[in-house]
Each structure stands twice: as C-alpha cells, then as structure tokens.
Design a protein around this ligand. Structure first.
Ligand SMILES: Cc1ncc(COP(=O)(O)O)c(C=O)c1O
Length: 450
C-alpha cells in the first residue's frame, strides 16, 4: 500500500494538565457513520446538508427513564411537555403519546397544542405575558394557569366575572435556592413577602381560588441540591397557605431546568462527569417532598422538563466547506451550519463526531458557521485531525431549543427528519425556500422596479 504523506503538527503547550487526546482515541471514539442504523451519507443524499435528525427511539427511551426515576419514588407525578424547548409537531406528538400534558407560554404555543388534539384541561399556561383573549380562551377551555403578575390576577378576575364562575389559579413564585443569578423576574418573590401578598390578593376576591404553586428556577441546573431547597420551600409555603388562608394546594409544579448531557462552555470535564444523572435529581426532589409533606398528603408533583428529555434525541449533520490556518496557529473550518440554526452554540460546545476515520494528528481547531458574521462560531476549541473538504460532522446533543430559537437569518432553515423505531426516515419539517422568506412581505407599488 502506498504510504500517504502526513504533515507534522507542532502544538504549543499552554500551561495546564496533560490530556490524553491522540489520533488513536479520536478514531475509536469519534466516528459515527450512522444514526439509529441509517447511514449518514444516505441521510445527506436524500435530505441535504445541514440536516437535523431526531431519533424517536432515543426520545422515547429518555422520557421513559425520566418518568421511571420519578414514578418509582413518588405516587402522584405529572409530566408536562415544555413546548418552547421543541415544538415540532412530531416531537410533541411522541411525548403526548407517552402521556405528557402540554406546558405553553404563549397563545401560539397554546394553539399548537390544541391543534395536536390536546384538550384545554391537559394544558398548563405559564409565562409573564398572557394577552387577555389568550387567557380568556385558556380559562374557558379549562387550562391550568400559573399567574405571573398582579395585573394578570386582575385580568383573570374580570374573565371570571364575565364567565360567571370562580376560577382556580396557581401562582408562580421565585426564591433563593442558591442558584446564581436568581431568576427573580418571573412570578412573585417568596422571601420578600410578595408571594404571600399574591395569596392575600386572591383571598380578597370572591372570583379567584388558589390551588397550585409553580416555580421554575432556571435552566441547565447542575446542582441537584437546589431542587431540594426549592421543594422544601414550596411545601412550607403550601402549608402556610393551607393553614392561614384555607386553600388546599393540589399541585407543586417544580418547572424544568434539569440538564442534558451537554458540555457547557467553560466546563472542561466531559458531561458524563460534570452532569449528575437524572436519578440523583429524582432522589433529592422526592426525598425532600416525602420528608416535608404531612403524612398521607401527596399533592401532584408537576415536572416541566424540556432539555433533559429532548436534547440528546437530536443531531445535526453538517459538512466541511473550507479550511484555513488562523494567525494563532489554530485551524479554522467553515461549515454549512451556523448559529442561525444552532442557537445553543452560544452556550455549549457540542460533541463532534465524524462520518469516517481520519488520518493525522489532532490539532486545535475552531468550527465556524457559514454566516458573514464574526459571532458565527459553533465550537470554539476542538482537537481534530485535519478534516478534508466534504467531511460530515455530526454534532450533538442539539435537540433542545435549536428548532425553536433558530433564526431566519442569511440562510434558509434546513430539513428536519425523524428516524422512527423501525429505522424509517420521515421528513418532519421541510427546508425553507424563498417563498418562506418573502411570503409575508409586501412591496408598495411605487417601489416596484419592473
Ligand atoms: C416555565 C418553564 N418551564 C419549563 C421550561 C423548560 O426548561 P428546561 O428545558 O430547562 O427543562 C422552561 C424553559 O425556560 C420554562 O420557562
């Protein structure tokens, strides 16, 4: 066999611990030539690059493991799908088939859930801005509302009067659980007494009734202990309400925020080490419940987990378009996927796999997207062997927040496919074209050029 010349690479050693990055390790652990048995090349041939690929198998497995972790520890749990995390119909439908209700934060998310066939009483309506018509519809269809502001309470009171019926509400509260920065802009603050003021406001109205508490602390929370504190404070507040205001708190909604196995920028340990398992969260949360609830009292535990369920079910296939040597010696690659479709690249360095074994020593590399914008960086430091033009990279996990937060900016958004349990590939969102970009635009007559 003819030996191919391999150019030597000299890497500057920066101060720090040695690591085990070597060509060999790369070959063995980073080659992925298929997703759920479907060859990468076949996917690209049929659906183009870049391409989002979701695995139905992984999604169902992830949800079932998550569900099992909680249901084996506490008798009354509701899992509700956070639409904003991923509201592709096919993804929501899978999770609804698995038994999840819908958690929405806008009228259009609400409409999406209704169109999928979810009845109002299986929808939880959250968020700081609920326009009156949306609120009215949700209430008349029996949706559960977690109130965020005093203004919203007044709006609901008016709706209740109009409907001639008392309306049950939950309130969103925020609190110090040790997580920094504290998300104090949503709901009513517990420690300042504002949350109790909201209870008093409800108690002063003959149109309102309080039956639930909601708290969503933040996202990608790596500290299970924070949930323990959250749950304890929620239970204590629920009993203060029951004892002093006579309302039975029927549900404790702890929000989402549980992490996926993704690599947050700045954390150099691999996610397998840095991210605690879901079992640990489940154990802390349910132990805090059982230790603090009164005997025989099992209010519904509602969990709105988003990224922990869907992130790892999503991959993005992208292709190397060009490469160049940067002045600092690093290698830069231009890919066909950028932050326009991978919004979460601002916070995470994804796992990078390649579709074929590669020659050469790994060297520090930066993955850029195709946008003519300096911020378009997908991974800011990866040790990769030289990637020839046309190499497919498979980035993961990318199932959470990307196909909702992606932007219609400079480039069309690509196809999204789902691989079902039998290995069949379904197009679940078609790539955009010029009609999608211009369809809603209007050009005044006096500006027409021909
Ligand atoms: C109210 C609420 N619930 C649930 C979620 C889902 O969060 P995560 O994806 O971190 O689990 C969010 C996301 O921001 C949220 O705002």
């Amino acid at each position: 066999m003819k030996r191919v010349y391999e150019k030597p690479v000299i890497n500057r050693i920066n101060v720090g611990f040695a690591n085990k990055v070597s060509g060999k390790a790369f070959y063995s652990s980073r080659v992925r030539d298929n997703i759920d048995g479907v060859p990468i090349e076949e996917l690209v041939e049929k659906f183009g690059s870049p391409l989002f690929v979701f695995s139905e198998r992984r999604l169902r497995e992830k949800f079932r493991n998550f569900k099992r972790a909680f249901e084996t520890r506490y008798p009354n749990v509701e899992f509700t799908w956070s639409y904003k995390t991923n509201y592709l119909k096919a993804i929501c439908a899978i999770l609804h088939q698995e038994g999840e209700t819908a958690e929405v934060v806008s009228e259009f998310e609400y409409e999406k859930a209704r169109r999928l066939g979810i009845p109002g009483d299986r929808i939880i309506f959250n968020g700081p801005y609920k326009p009156l018509p949306a609120l009215e519809r949700a209430i008349s269809e029996g949706a559960r509302i977690n109130v965020d502001t005093f203004e919203e309470l007044a709006d609901i009171e008016e709706i209740a009067k109009k409907l001639g019926q008392k309306v049950k509400v939950g309130i969103r509260i925020n609190m110090d659980t040790g997580i920094k920065p504290q998300w104090s802009r949503f709901g009513f603050n517990l420690e300042s007494g504002q949350a109790e003021d909201a209870v008093k406001r409800i108690a002063s109205s003959r149109w309102l009734e309080l039956n639930g508490l909601h708290c969503h602390m933040g996202t990608f929370i790596l500290e299970p202990k924070a949930y323990e504190i959250e749950v304890k404070k929620m239970v204590e507040f629920a009993y203060l309400i029951e004892d002093n205001y006579g309302y039975k708190i029927e549900y404790l909604d702890i929000g989402g925020g549980l992490p996926s196995k993704n690599r947050l920028k700045g954390i150099y340990l691999p996610p397998e080490v840095a991210v605690p398992d879901i079992e640990e969260y489940a154990e802390r949360i349910t132990t805090a419940l059982l230790e603090n609830l009164r005997p025989g009292d099992f209010p519904k535990l509602v969990i709105e987990a988003g990224r922990a369920i869907v992130d790892e079910a999503g991959f993005l296939i992208t292709t190397v378009y060009a490469t160049k040597r940067l002045p600092n010696g690093y290698r830069g690659y231009v890919l066909d996927a950028g932050v326009n479709i991978l919004f979460t690249a601002f916070w995470y360095n994804f796992k990078v796999e390649v579709d074929r074994p590669l020659r050469g020593s790994p060297e520090p590399s930066i993955l850029y997207g195709p946008l003519c914008m300096n911020i378009d960086v997908i991974n800011d430091l990866e040790y990769l062997p030289p990637l020839p033009r046309g190499t497919r990279l498979i980035l993961s996990p990318v199932g959470a927040y990307n196909t909702t937060q992606w932007m219609q900016f400079i480039r069309y958004r690509p196809n999204v496919v789902l691989i079902d349990l039998e290995g069949n590939v379904h197009l679940i969102r078609e790539a955009e074209d010029i009609e999608d970009i211009e369809g809603k635009e209007r050009l005044p007559d006096h500006l027409k050029l021909n």
